[in-house]
Design a protein around this ligand. Structure first.
Ligand code: SF4
Length: 370
């Protein structure tokens, strides 16, 4: 069981955010904040950026907890970081790192225990060879499953004592929910990201690869925060006014609550299910204990508004302007080179494209989905 807090926060007004964050972080502040004393902490985020007031509260909290050094970092969108964010970092003496320019460290993805498949009925049905192999693995205490062998992680993360992911509540064309696990994609270099995305080609492996990479950093998470004051779920700003902040030490548990909050089942987000099966956190809502505001009221209000389904179909993005110069940068980000340059401008090779939606994530103004 992992605990996750949810608290109502209807606006980005400084006083509102301060009070909400104070309440939601109190259990951690009372029991664990002393662990942060004299430690180095990296705050990281992806896109859309968490609101400045939420970011400031996290920084204030870390300062109050006596951390020695705070670093902030992001990846794909670092070059677009608005001045107000840079000013805040400067004001608090925080070093800002563009992970793409950081040194990356190669880490070995852990072997993880997988739950026995549902059809498994013991060793009785196995051949002698299978039997001795299964017995050997059983003795080792692992099932020996691993989709990726290695992944690269920025050295700033690897060298830190703790990390604090802050994500904005959003849906993601890549992983259904743009939660803490999905944010790992923006942490790793293009080669690791592409390797994970290419796993989409092989049924069921994308989620495993992403969660396995998340597992490399999960033990460093001091706590994670979801900025759901204003989500990024629909094209309608009114519907996005969720009005909440979420807090947990378990990134998967945050994803689980986020999913259920907006009307999915937690297992509809496949990274939740995979992460829970691998024992990397409480990906399933049944394994989460809640504290804070009335979650059921939130959920009822939002579910009626947002009505998400669990069915996904393979979608191919369309390019709104084939001659948009910005495509040049995205062309090489496509993991399988499905974005082609022709005399008439850019086009997507529909036979190659496997709908990973990275291009949509990177350049939503030009790559769109219906
Ligand atoms: S075109 Fe876009 S959605 Fe298709 S494979 Fe390339 S990056 Fe992914």
């Amino acid at each position: 069981m992992s605990s996750v807090g949810i608290i109502e926060c209807k606006s980005y007004d400084e006083a509102d955010v301060k009070e909400a964050f104070r309440v939601i972080s109190t259990p951690f502040a009372e029991e664990k904040a002393q662990n942060l004393k004299d430690k180095s902490v990296v705050i990281y985020f992806d896109f859309p950026l968490p609101h400045l007031t939420v970011l400031k509260e996290v920084i204030e909290f870390l300062k109050k907890s006596g951390v020695k050094e705070i670093t902030a970092g992001t990846s794909i969108f670092a070059h677009n970081l608005p001045e107000e964010y840079k000013n805040i970092f400067e004001k608090y003496g925080i070093r800002f790192v563009d992970f793409r320019k950081d040194r990356y460290v190669k880490l070995t993805v852990p072997l993880h225990t997988e739950k026995m498949p549902d059809h498994f009925r013991g060793f009785g049905l196995l051949s002698p060879v299978q039997y001795s192999k299964e017995k050997q693995i059983e003795k080792m205490g692992i099932k020996g499953k691993r989709t990726l062998k290695n992944a690269f992680i920025p050295i700033t993360i690897v060298d830190s004592d703790y990390i604090v992911p802050i994500v904005k509540l959003k849906v993601s064309p890549v992983s259904t929910l743009g939660g803490v696990v999905n944010a790992t994609l923006s942490l790793v270099p293009t080669m690791t990201r592409n390797e994970i995305l290419v796993r989409k080609l092989k049924f069921g492996e994308f989620e495993n690869a992403l969660v396995e990479t998340y597992a490399l950093i999960k033990d460093r998470i001091a706590f994670g925060v979801v900025d759901a004051v204003q989500g990024d779920l629909t094209a309608d700003e009114e519907l996005d006014k969720i009005g909440a902040i979420l807090f947990s030490e378990d990134g998967l548990a945050l994803d689980s609550l986020s999913a259920v909050l907006i009307g999915y089942r937690s297992r509809d987000v496949k990274t939740n299910k995979a992460g829970d099966d691998m024992g990397f956190g409480a990906g399933l809502f049944a394994h989460v204990s809640l504290y804070g505001d009335e979650f059921l009221r939130f959920r009822k209000e939002l579910k009626n508004l947002l009505k998400y389904g669990s069915k996904k179909r393979r979608r191919i993005p369309t390019i709104t302007d084939p001659n948009d110069k910005r495509i040049e940068k995205i062309e090489f980000a496509c993991p399988i080179g499905a974005i082609k340059r022709t005399e008439q401008g850019y086009t997507i090779d529909k036979k190659m494209c496997f709908g990973c939606m990275l291009c949509v994530e990177l350049l939503p103004e030009v790559f769109t989905i219906d």
